[in-house]
Design a protein around this ligand. Sequence first.
Ligand SMILES: [Zn+2]
Length: 298
Amino acid sequence: MADRVLALDIGGTKIAAGLVDSTGSVLRKATCATPVGDAELIWAAVSKTMHVVLDTGGVRAVGIGCAGPVDVVTGTVGPINMPTWQRFPLRDRVAGEVPGVPVELAGDGMCIALGEHWAGAGRGSRFMIGIVVSTGVGGGLVLDGQPFGGRTGNAGHLGHVVVEPDGLPCTCGGRGCVETVSSGPMMVRWARERGWPGTDAIELERSARAGDGIAVAAFDRGGRGVGLAIAATAAVCDLDLAVVGGGVARAGDLLFDPIRLALSMHAGLSYLGGLRVVRAELDTNAGLVGAAGLVARC
Ligand SMILES: [Zn+2]
């Protein structure tokens, strides 16, 4: 039996497939842009990408991470940013292409958390949240060393913790979720509304490093939002670690300083004294490694 698994990481922007070994190393990888179109067009791209990495050596299992919401009970997905996939039977479709082996499905946030826990910055932690701050904000929980998806597989989705009750409307139907404050596009929007002339989060980081007051304030506000959400989650789940990754987290101390400041103000319970916040290590492979980890951790 091959000691390798097939991992899939499917999002609204990119589809990735990889062969991953029992240590979490990615042996082969293929990616493609997620097409915009009907459900079968997207599925065809997933199928094609997975067959690019599959060879005659076989795999012993398949792990799938997909943008959420997912439903691990039915094996279906309905990503907010892939509107033509509604209750799409992703697990059964994949199982049909790779017959005879176990197939596991989880949300992409869970997979990123699990990837960092297995082979990245979360190694050795027992109770952690993995967080992605990017075009959106997502996350997943590893509790007592095991991925914890909750009833349908969506537990740990930190992006919809409310940090500004009277804040902006959110895609979830609520208001003031951390995603409306701390995602790259929303930080850019907040800065632009105050006169900052740039257009994207990379420029915003550059401006903040150059000392632009609005850009610095945007990172302070964004980091504070993430920090508040971590504080709330850590208090509820009794965590020892938060691993933060994603494109916005590449700004480093610009984001992490206000995260830590917020925690110093809002995570004062005695059992949170050991809570650490660290930067993710796996970067763009975290989701793929975590999807493999669903079925391959030794
Ligand atoms: Zn929301």
